[in-house]
Design a protein around this ligand. Structure first.
Ligand code: HEC
Length: 203
């Protein structure tokens, strides 16, 4: 046998041996029983106040929607078209089934007999139009009355995107005529041509 092969064989046996004391050390498998602790569990509870790395929440306004005990009136994130589009997408997924695509409370679930103590909220009331953005963030985070919390499903940054979009919905359903684009307005006021009829007339 070649000397190298012998050396390799001996070395691998010796090196593998280094491993066994690591394997055989005393340890407890996760979530196993252990009588050493009074509660009989090997896995120890986290110390009070433990925060996972990267999950420190220093910014009150961003994480709670309130600062100094009051709802914030301004978005704690920059408003952009990208934010609104993200909010629209998330809103349509998570909120429109109950609140409807324009936020009037006429979503499919509401239409098909969703009856709880109170009807699904309609965003187009004076009370909610004047409500600070922090309140909307809080409703998504903690739920409201019979509406349950979305905290486990929607990240804080997406909650703000939804809040911005809900505010845009409120504006869209309560805009003065003067805000309308004059060209689009004129176009929408033209009598509608009957498309099927027009197509038929071609033949
Ligand atoms: C399963 C149905 C359902 C879904 C989905 C839902 N909601 Fe609601 N929401 C309700 C109901 C019901 C109420 C009224 C609760 C009450 O008054 O007790 C409500 C109320 C509200 C209100 C009014 C709070 C107020 O001050 O009157 C807001 C704002 C709101 N929801 C936002 C949202 C947003 C944003 C989403 C999506 C992240 C969402 N909801 C998803 C059912 C739903």
């Amino acid at each position: 046998m070649n000397r190298n092969v012998i050396f390799f064989a001996v070395a691998s046996v010796l090196l593998a041996g280094c491993h066994t004391d690591m394997w055989r050390q005393n340890k407890s498998a996760p979530l196993s029983q252990n009588d050493f602790f009074p509660d009989g569990q090997a896995s120890r509870p986290l110390l009070a106040g433990t925060i996972a790395k990267g999950h420190e929440r220093k910014d009150d306004a961003f994480f709670t929607g309130a600062k100094g005990g009051k709802w914030v009136n301004e978005l704690p994130v920059p408003l952009s078209k990208k934010l609104l589009l993200r909010g629209q997408e998330r809103y349509n997924i998570f909120c429109s089934p109950c609140h409807g695509q324009v936020g009037d409370g006429n979503g499919m679930i509401a239409n098909r007999g969703f009856t709880l103590k109170r009807p699904v909220g309609n965003y187009h009331t004076d009370r909610l139009r004047n409500m600070p953005v922090g309140h909307f963030y809080d409703v998504i985070t903690n739920g409201y009355g019979t509406m349950y919390s979305y905290a486990s499903r929607i990240e804080p940054s997406d909650r703000w995107a939804i809040v911005a979009y809900v505010k845009a919905l409120q504006l869209s359903q309560n805009a003065p005529l003067a805000d309308a684009d004059p060209v689009a307005l004129e176009e929408s006021l033209k009598p509608k041509e009957d498309k099927a009829h027009a197509e038929g007339a071609k033949h």
